[in-house]
Design a protein around this ligand. Structure first.
Ligand code: CA
Length: 438
């Protein structure tokens, strides 16, 4: 697992002065990765690292010869259009590049005059998916979400008996994953109206978001060779925000017996930035399993996972309706929660995914499942917040929502902060609902 080192020192400052602002997402202790280009330029995509309100162009920095040793090898892997080559190199090379970047960007670094023109303002950049995503798997790690949603779908049997034994997941669709700013047409499909005995076809009337984190897989595993629980971190490159848009009315009609299909596959949005596991090291926390619950089978159990398998990551979802946008009103907060409430850890997801011999590949994406906390105010979906569409959420301008309407923009944010560590953030994820195609 990632250990604390000089890159996490909260006293570090950067010569990129915007990185030293209090409460920023991208101080020198973070250094998340994205794929970007100058907005509207049509240039090739390239890899950048966030520092304050700037991006460091890694190909440009590499061309100036500022890296050496393992860090140089890692930087050369960042001179293409996606992060897959860096992801494939493994944890030692990622850490070497992080250390080099931290030293190069530190206040008083001799590299400042060399690297100054490798920076571009984030405000002048546009982003694409940071990696080519071969496979996307969505888990279901929040027991609070699983229980509340289960109660709506099956009042007499909310939590199925396998939940506390198996990290539940399903294979999602990678082709429709987009980066923040994604806009998509309201999906159409089959739904069964209440009381009807035959379905109708049309636009979803119960369109929802799901507040999740995404895990980008780094180095993969050979088919037939599972990743042991205590090696899982070395295969996880980093985390991003993820909105698993969901059409609840399509879902209710189609989900048995094989799980979600068209209710999820029309769009999934991720944030452009990948925050590395190294950067998150100060925010690892113990993973707790209530004594009265089943304890994990041996392949999902370890002392290290108990000691620091969970992550203290704060999550927030906000909504901006078309009317709010036109009025210049800020997005309205809907809920807040924390990834530490998850019933299963990142390492357990990776170990479970591969225990049957399934191979993961660099750039594969795992969704955490909707993250909801123990109280209703911490719910990560409208389905939960509105009690299945029965109690509308009222927004500051008087508008109300049970589910999403055309023109709505969903905003997600995540950050980590605690005394004794630098605050780091994930930036922002936005996505917008367009009218259904006619
Ligand atoms: Ca989901």
């Amino acid at each position: 697992m990632s250990l604390l080192n000089e890159t996490h020192d909260p006293a570090l400052q950067s010569w990129v002065t915007s990185a030293n602002a209090a409460h920023g997402d991208f101080p020198i202790q973070n250094l998340p990765f994205a794929a970007f280009r100058r907005a509207g330029s049509g240039e090739a995509w390239r890899i950048g690292v966030a520092i304050g309100d700037r991006l460091l162009d890694l190909a440009a920095a590499e061309a100036r010869g500022v890296f050496a040793g393992e860090a140089a090898e890692a930087a050369r892997a960042c001179t293409g259009e996606s992060l897959n080559p860096l992801m494939a190199l493994g944890a030692a090379k990622w850490s070497a590049l992080r250390l080099a970047l931290s030293r190069l960007l530190r206040a008083a670094s001799e590299a400042e005059p060399v690297l100054r023109d490798c920076l571009i303002p984030q405000a002048e950049a546009e982003y694409t998916l940071p990696a080519t995503i071969g496979d996307y798997t969505d888990f279901y790690t929040s027991i609070h979400h699983a229980t509340r949603v289960g109660r709506l779908f099956r009042p007499d049997n909310p939590l199925l008996p396998n939940y506390k034994w198996v990290p539940i997941g399903y294979h999602g669709r990678s082709s429709s994953i987009g980066v923040s700013g994604q806009a998509f047409a309201r999906p159409r499909g089959q739904t069964l109206p209440p009381g009807a005995d035959a379905p109708i076809f049309g636009p979803s009337q119960r369109l929802d978001y799901e507040l999740e984190l995404g895990v980008f897989i780094g180095r993969g595993n050979e088919i037939g060779k599972p990743i042991p629980l205590d090696e899982a971190d070395e295969h996880a490159f980093g985390l991003c925000l993820l909105n698993d848009w969901s059409a609840r009315d399509l879902q209710a009609w189609e989900y048995q017996p094989l799980g979600p299909f068209l209710s999820k596959s029309f769009a999934t949005t991720i944030s452009p930035w990948i925050v590395t596991l190294d950067a998150l090291a100060p925010y690892r926390v113990p993973w707790l399993r209530p004594d009265e619950d089943p304890q994990p089978l041996p392949y999902l159990e370890s002392a290290a996972n108990r000691a620091s398998g969970a992550f203290d990551i704060q999550l927030q979802v906000l909504l901006e309706t078309a009317r709010m946008h036109d009025a210049g009103a800020p997005p309205a907060p809907l809920s807040r929660t924390n990834f530490r409430h998850a019933y299963w850890t990142l390492a357990q997801m990776v170990a479970h995914h591969t225990v049957n011999g399934c191979n993961l590949r660099p750039g594969d994406l795992l969704g955490s499942g909707t993250q909801s906390g123990p109280t209703l105010e911490e719910a990560g979906s409208l389905l939960e917040l509105t009690g299945g569409g029965k109690q509308p959420v009222v927004l500051p301008n008087g508008e109300a929502r049970t589910f999403l309407e055309d023109g709505d923009t969903v905003v997600m944010r995540a950050w980590c902060e605690r005394p004794g560590a630098a605050r780091i953030g994930f930036g922002e994820l936005t996505g917008r609902v367009l009218p259904a195609v006619s």
